[in-house]
Design a protein around this ligand. Structure first.
Ligand code: ZN
Length: 133
């Protein structure tokens, strides 16, 4: 089985200068046929790893961009944020917690209405309001 090699004698050998992949047959010396220097083994799956490197490079670039953007935004935020919070923050939080409990409180007794206490003889009004069964 032939092996692929690359000459690293750059500057002194055309094969090295052109990064030419040399196929060296079995039994032949694993050296550059042009300059006679030892070759380094060339592994064919390099094409896939080149694509991987591109993806990794892109991801790294994205991470750098995000970090850079966040640092940039972090520097700018204190300048633009102080104005809205004093007015908006105190007004909004009370409104938000107040609404869900008010809405959910009537819902819970209504859904558990099947477990109401039995109505008495004078409980017609309560039965009508579904406060008893
Ligand atoms: Zn060479």
């Amino acid at each position: 089985m032939a092996k692929n090699g690359i000459c690293v004698n750059i500057g002194n050998c055309d094969n090295a200068n052109q990064k030419k992949v040399l196929e060296i047959g079995t039994g032949q010396d694993f050296v550059c046929p042009q300059c006679g220097k030892s070759l380094i083994i060339y592994s064919p799956p390099k094409g896939k790893s080149a694509a991987m490197m591109a993806v990794i490079g892109l991801v790294a670039l994205l991470i750098v961009l995000v970090i850079g953007w966040r640092m940039f935004a972090g520097d700018k935020e204190p300048a633009s944020l102080p104005a809205p919070p004093p007015t908006a923050a105190p007004a909004t939080p009370p409104a938000v917690p107040a609404t869900p409990p008010a809405a959910s409180t009537p819902t819970v007794p209504a859904s558990s209405g099947q477990r109401l206490p039995p109505c008495g003889a004078n409980d017609d009004e309560r039965r009508r309001l579904k406060l008893c069964d």
